[in-house]
Design a protein around this ligand. Structure first.
Ligand code: TYD
Length: 140
């Protein structure tokens, strides 16, 4: 789907465990200005329900599992994240919802910008109009 992609991180594994490094502009395609994580989400909670005008993010489920619905006016996809070596890049103007958080799920999010409430689009009908235009000529 346009506006998203899977990223495989390196996985240094030995008898002492696993280690995955993430460097800006290398393992993720932007400078990392903000990191946050979502934890202790109850079963049956669905969150997100927004897109961003400019923000780029990479989601990594570093423990447990979570399902991400990514959606545009033209396409949609459900992606299960359950592997700490795998990231989901979500570009601007992609609608996202997060659900099916497992017990102990930890969703780490790397973001290209500081928190900006004005970058959010939370009204789906407004989103749909803007995103139709945004994705009209996009190739990836
Ligand atoms: P919100 O973006 O609504 O979470 P979600 O889309 O995952 O349901 O954020 C929840 C709260 O956290 C909201 O009060 C705003 C605050 N927040 C920050 O202060 N800084 C941040 O970087 C983020 C992502 C959220």
């Amino acid at each position: 789907m346009k506006g998203i992609k899977k990223i495989e991180f390196l996985d240094y594994a030995d008898e002492y465990g696993h280690l995955s490094p993430i460097e800006e502009k290398k393992d993720v395609p932007f400078e990392i200005k903000r990191v946050y994580y979502i934890t202790k989400v109850n079963k049956n909670v669905r969150r997100g329900f927004h897109s961003h005008k400019n923000l780029e993010q990479v989601l990594v489920c570093i423990n447990g599992s979570v399902t991400i619905l990514v959606k545009s006016p033209y396409e949609e996809q459900e992606i299960v994240l359950n592997d700490a070596t795998e990231g989901l890049y979500i570009g601007p103007m992609v609608w996202r919802e997060m659900f099916n958080f497992s017990d102990q799920a930890v969703l780490l999010v790397l973001a290209s910008e500081l928190y900006d409430i004005n970058d959010y689009v939370r009204d789906y009908s407004i989103y749909e109009i803007a995103a139709k235009e945004y994705f009209k000529d996009k190739l990836i």
